[in-house]
Design a protein around this ligand. Structure first.
Ligand SMILES: O=C(CO)[C@H](O)[C@H](O)COP(=O)(O)O
Length: 242
């Protein structure tokens, strides 16, 4: 059921937002796999000229395996559109990213994902119905991922708990001993917050703690979210008009 929903979201995003001669940011996770399948299909069928910029090692492999054109931010610092998954989306389109529902290899790419999304004119999110929340923490219980410089993980964890409550736990690997190491050779703390907060302020404050590389809070970045639903429909959410 969830897999079909991921596919619906991925296909809708590619069909509605990708056009010929575009540079496309490719996100990470299990949902993005469906979007890349559809992108490759359209490139073949419609003979599109598309260049892809990956957000992780996994995304890079996906692009290559599908025979798509691989690039990077050196050659393409401006993207037309970036498409990526999320762990949770609230009513204001604030996202938690960097968690991942698949294997550890597909998790913790939040820093590169945020960089690529920030370089895109349009940032489009794809998710299944389980990620849809009115407030963060409603559906996603694993906390906000925070990428940290390895030597700083203890002081950063203590500072976050002291200032914002909850606890920030070092993410451990599953198929190896020791912590998960990101594509940037850093560690991930999962901050299990106690209650909803002003995410814009919290995100800025956490980023100011020495040793923090990036947070998995994406505030004011997503332009549209496609949710694949259980009944086979696709729900679209745009940011609220303030
Ligand atoms: O942010 C991510 C990885 O850093 C993923 O996009 C997010 O975790 C969603 O993953 P999935 O599509 O497997 O549920």
């Amino acid at each position: 059921m969830a897999e079909e929903a991921k596919k619906l979201a991925g296909y809708a995003a590619v069909d509605n937002h990708v056009q010929n001669n575009q540079v496309v940011g490719v996100g990470s996770g299990s949902t993005i796999v469906y979007a890349v399948d559809r992108l490759a299909e359209r490139v073949r069928q419609e003979k599109l000229n598309i260049v892809c910029v990956p957000t992780s090692f996994q995304a890079r492999q996906l692009i290559l395996q599908h025979g798509l054109t691989l690039s990077d931010l050196d050659r393409h610092p401006e993207l037309d559109v970036a498409i990526d998954g999320a762990d949770e989306v609230d009513a204001a389109l604030t996202l938690i990213k960097g968690g991942g529902s698949l294997s550890p290899a597909h998790r913790g790419c939040l820093t590169q994902e945020k960089i690529v999304a920030g370089c895109a004119k349009h940032f489009i999110v794809i998710a299944d119905f389980r990620k849809d929340s009115s407030v963060l923490g409603q559906q996603w219980k694993k906390g906000v991922p925070i990428e940290v410089i390895p030597m700083a993980y203890v002081p950063v964890s203590r500072t976050i708990a002291k200032r914002f409550g909850g606890e920030a736990v070092l993410r451990m690997a599953v198929s190896k001993a020791g912590p998960v190491v990101t594509d940037n050779s850093n560690f991930i703390l999962d901050w299990k917050f106690e209650h909803a907060q002003n995410w814009k302020e919290v995100n800025t404050a956490i980023k100011m703690i020495p040793g923090v590389v990036e947070t998995g809070l994406f505030v004011g970045m997503a332009e549209r979210v496609y949710f694949g639903m259980e009944d086979g429909s696709v729900r679209v959410r745009d940011p609220p008009v303030i």
